[in-house]
Design a binder for this molecule. Sequence first.
Ligand code: PAF
Length: 271
Amino acid sequence: MKIFKSKHKLQKEILNIKNISFVPTMGGLHKGHISLIKKSKTFKGKNLVSIFVNPKQFNRKKDFTTYPRNLKKDLALLKRLKVDFIYLPTHKDIFSFRPRNKIFIDKFSKKLCGKSRKGHFEGVLNVVNRFLEIINPKYIFLGVKDFQQLYLINKHILKRKINTKIVPCKIIREKNGVVCSTRNNNLNKNQFNTASNVYSYLRNIKKLIKRELYNIDIINIKKNLIKLGVKNVDYIEFFNLNTLKKPKNKKEKFKIFVAYYLNNVRLIDNI
Ligand code: PAF
């Protein structure tokens, strides 16, 4: 495992490697990241994991400062997983150059998380665009947990004709159903249980929506989430993944997208 803190040294090392499988992260690695990394190792070539807590994608300063970080633990894990290259850039390394491609922001960025997290997706696309230019990977591994992020990165890659293919990776959950997330580190035991109850409740709601598509009372669902201990529901919506619209008939496949707060911790899921 080789660790790089400067893009020039990294680029020198990987210049002649054609098949780079890239897993971008903000650290605080969990089972979801492990599954991305393991998947990347099934591809030919070398794999590269970056750890960079990107300030530009946090719309609240406090969220950035309290974002869980544990570099020592992360590096020990990456070593165990036998990752080929680790990139730990500084802010300057990433943001001090003018990228070739302008970011492309699809209109889907205005929905879901885009409504309440102003500038979030611009921040994500900004950093991912730069990483892609520095690393020029053949594949980038992204979790379906962040469905909207994955969708928007894909639109950017296609629009800018970037030579990298996205490998979408399935959602990984804890035993109690809570989706793995770095932010779970900021939950206490009670809140973690509440998150589990939210998951079970929403799974039942999904069954109900399948049966009674036209009679779904979102206001009532929000009230029930608050009863479960949620402080505030940012959004709860359901979409057909292909049309990104509400399903119109019972045969359409759809997912529930939710973002909510447990105290000050914002969690997202899609079920
Ligand atoms: O999903 C994340 O952890 C981040 O949004 C990413 C893709 C690493 C960009 O900072």
